[in-house]
Design a protein around this ligand. Structure first.
Ligand SMILES: [Ca+2]
Length: 345
C-alpha cells in the first residue's frame, strides 16, 4: 500500500469515527420533518389568492427566555462545590451570586466556553426526596418537537419533564428518565414494554448512567416512538400531545458513585446538578392560520408572542373567527382545507 493511500484510508476511518460519535442519540431535526412542510409553508394564500394552510417557522422557543429555578448555588450565600473528576483528590471552588444563574440555561453558548446553571450540592441537602424544578414559561401555546438538555454535571439518576397546556391547567408528566423507573416514578422501563397508545408517558433508563461526567445530552422528541406520528395531521390526540405553554424539568435523584454514604464533606460537595443549555425545538401554534408569530405588548405592559392571524381568524392561537366572519364554524386548517372564516351576509 502506498503512503498516500494509507493516509487516505486513515482519514476515511477518522471521518467515519467522527460521524459515529457526532450522531446524536436521537435526531430531533429528522423527526421535525414529520410535520408536513413545504417551502411555501409560511404563505397563507397561494399565488391566486386562495387560502391555504400556513405555519410559523421552526425555532428554539427557549432561547433567551428566563427559566425559573427553585435552587441555584450562590443565590443566598457563597457555597463550595467540588469537581467530579472520578479521582480521589477533588478540586473545589466557591459558587458566588451570579456565577451559575438560571439565565445561563437559555443564553447563547459558544461551544468552547458554555455558561451553565448549577444547583447547591448534596452537602446542602440537594437529594431525594428534595427536588429542584426548572420552569419555562413560553407565554403562549407552542407545538413542541423536542426538548434537549445539555448537562454540565453527570446526567441525573432520575428526572422528568412536565408540561402545561395553558397557564391555568395543571402540570402533566411528559417524559421520565431514570435508572429506577418503577421505584421512582411507578412506571415500567421502556425496555420492558411493547407498543402502547400515542400519548402514553414513558420512562427510560437509557440516559441515566453517571458516565459521561460532563457534556451528556438528553433529547426528548415528542413524537418518537408514537405509532400515529406519520399520520399526525389526522390525529387530534397527538396534536394536543405536542402542545404546551409551559415546560418544567424536575430533577429528582443525583447520580453518585455510592461514596456519599461515608458522609465526607468533599464527596457530598461533588454531587450537584449543572446544566449548560436547555433548547426547545418548536413552532408557535396557530392552527394553520398564521405564517409567523410576533411580539405583542398587552395593557399590563407584558410582551408576549401572538400569531399574526390570517384567514379572517383571531385569538392568540388563531383559534376563533373574527367578529362577523362566522358563516361557517371555526376549524383548524389542513393541507386539504384551509377552513377560512367567511363573512356573514
Ligand atoms: Ca448556557
Amino acid at each position: 500500500m502506498t503512503r498516500g493511500r494509507h493516509k487516505k484510508m486513515l482519514m476515511l476511518f477518522a471521518i467515519c469515527l467522527v460521524t459515529v460519535f457526532a450522531e446524536p442519540e436521537s435526531s430531533p431535526d429528522e423527526l421535525y420533518s414529520r410535520f408536513p412542510k413545504n417551502r411555501d409553508e409560511d404563505k397563507c394564500y397561494d399565488d391566486n389568492g386562495r387560502p391555504q394552510r400556513c405555519i410559523p417557522p421552526f425555532e428554539n422557543a427557549a432561547f433567551n427566555v428566563l427559566m425559573e429555578a427553585t435552587n441555584t448555588c450562590g443565590q443566598d450565600r457563597p457555597t463550595e462545590f467540588c469537581k467530579q473528576t472520578g479521582v480521589q483528590k477533588k478540586s473545589c471552588e466557591i459558587c458566588r451570586y451570579g456565577d451559575h444563574e438560571a439565565l445561563f440555561l437559555t443564553d447563547h453558548d459558544n461551544n468552547d466556553n458554555a455558561t451553565s446553571w448549577q444547583s447547591e450540592t448534596m452537602y446542602e441537602g440537594i437529594e431525594y426526596p428534595n427536588q429542584v424544578n426548572l420552569t419555562l414559561h413560553l407565554g403562549k401555546t407552542f407545538d413542541i418537537t423536542y426538548v434537549r438538555v445539555l448537562f454540565e454535571s453527570p446526567r441525573p439518576e432520575s428526572w422528568g419533564i412536565y408540561k402545561r397546556r395553558n397557564e391555568k391547567s395543571s402540570w402533566e408528566p411528559y417524559q421520565f428518565y431514570s435508572a429506577t423507573c418503577r421505584d421512582t416514578y411507578d412506571l415500567p422501563d421502556l425496555k420492558e414494554t411493547v407498543g402502547g397508545d400515542d400519548t402514553r408517558v414513558l420512562c427510560t433508563s437509557d440516559y441515566s448512567d453517571i458516565s459521561p461526567l460532563t457534556k451528556g445530552t438528553v433529547a426528548f422528541s415528542t413524537l418518537e416512538g408514537r405509532p400515529s406520528a406519520y399520520n399526525f395531521e389526522a390525529n387530534p390526540a397527538l396534536q394536543e400531545w405536542v402542545q404546551a405553554t409551559d415546560l418544567r424539568i424536575t430533577l429528582d435523584r443525583l447520580n453518585t458513585f455510592g461514596d456519599e454514604v461515608f458522609g465526607d464533606d468533599h464527596v457530598l460537595k461533588s454531587y450537584y446538578y449543572a446544566i449548560a443549555d436547555v433548547a426547545v425545538g418548536a413552532r408557535c401554534a396557530c392552527n394553520g392560520h398564521a405564517g409567523e408569530c410576533v411580539n405583542s405588548t398587552s395593557v399590563d405592559g407584558k410582551t408576549r408572542r401572538v400569531c399574526r392571524c390570517e384567514h379572517n381568524t383571531a385569538g392568540p392561537d388563531c383559534n376563533e373567527c373574527l367578529p362577523f366572519y362566522n358563516d361557517a364554524p371555526w376549524g383548524r386548517a389542513t393541507t386539504k382545507d384551509a377552513h377560512e372564516c367567511k363573512r356573514m351576509y
